[in-house]
Design a protein around this ligand. Structure first.
Ligand code: SF4
Length: 222
């Protein structure tokens, strides 16, 4: 079973260098009505359905290091109303992330897509001072048991996802939880009691079906 905090430390050594971080792609996407996207490498979970796993889980062999100024310049050159960091887990190289957010002009919304596991109170206070930020926390389960099945990580870390959402509300950072609705029963999702929960759909690539099967996951998870 993975301990996401220990995995974070291992991954950090590969993807964070001073204030630089490894990315594998910069692109303009149609998400959120037009969004410049930087796809980062490295994650502290191992979700069975991860569509980016080939690259995100192998940061040694993919991508290049970029300084915060290089990332912000690349994002801004797409001239989109929103920017975001996606791909892997953006919160891992904290100093890098803070600098990138600071470099984005405040009239542009910065979307941070995260699993929320590293977002403790200290991190969230730092983010709360940065301005135009929207944080989307992707829930990886409906409870500890389903979280373990999906992520391969200790179930107790599901509570960190929930805690991050509470703290984001406490410090008035715009946020929304999201969940892959195909994975769970509607009844189980409703038990989360999150009226603003955003439903996502599973991208059913053949390698995703294979990975779910390999983990013994049949849908919906019960
Ligand atoms: S948290 Fe996201 S990037 Fe990390 S393994 Fe899960 S789906 Fe992939």
């Amino acid at each position: 079973m993975i301990n996401p905090e220990e995995l974070t430390q291992k991954v950090k050594k590969i993807i964070c260098q001073d204030t630089q971080r490894k990315y594998y792609r910069f692109r303009a996407t149609k998400f959120y009505g037009g969004c410049a996207t930087a796809d980062c490498l490295g994650c502290n979970l191992r979700c069975a359905y991860c569509w980016a796993q080939k690259k995100v889980w192998n940061p040694k062999i993919y991508g290049n290091f970029y300084k915060p100024t290089e990332v912000s310049e690349k994002l801004l050159q797409f001239h989109q109303p929103l920017v975001r960091i996606s791909g892997g887990e953006p919160t891992i190289c904290r100093n890098h992330l803070i600098e990138v957010i600071n470099l984005i002009p405040k009239h542009i919304l910065f979307v941070l897509e995260t699993n929320g596991i590293l977002l403790d109170e200290d991190y969230i206070i730092q983010l709360s001072n940065l301005g135009n930020l929207y944080i989307r926390v992707s829930l990886k389960g409906v409870d500890q048991k389903s979280f373990e099945k999906i992520t391969g990580a200790e179930g107790i870390f599901f509570e960190k996802q929930l805690k991050a959402l509470q703290l984001l509300n406490k410090y008035n950072i715009k946020n929304r939880p999201a969940i892959l609705a195909d994975l769970f029963t509607e009844q189980a999702i409703q038990k989360l009691n999150m009226p603003n929960l955003e439903y996502e759909s599973l991208i059913d690539y053949p390698f995703v079906s294979k990975a779910l099967k390999k983990r013994g996951i049949t849908l919906p998870i019960k």
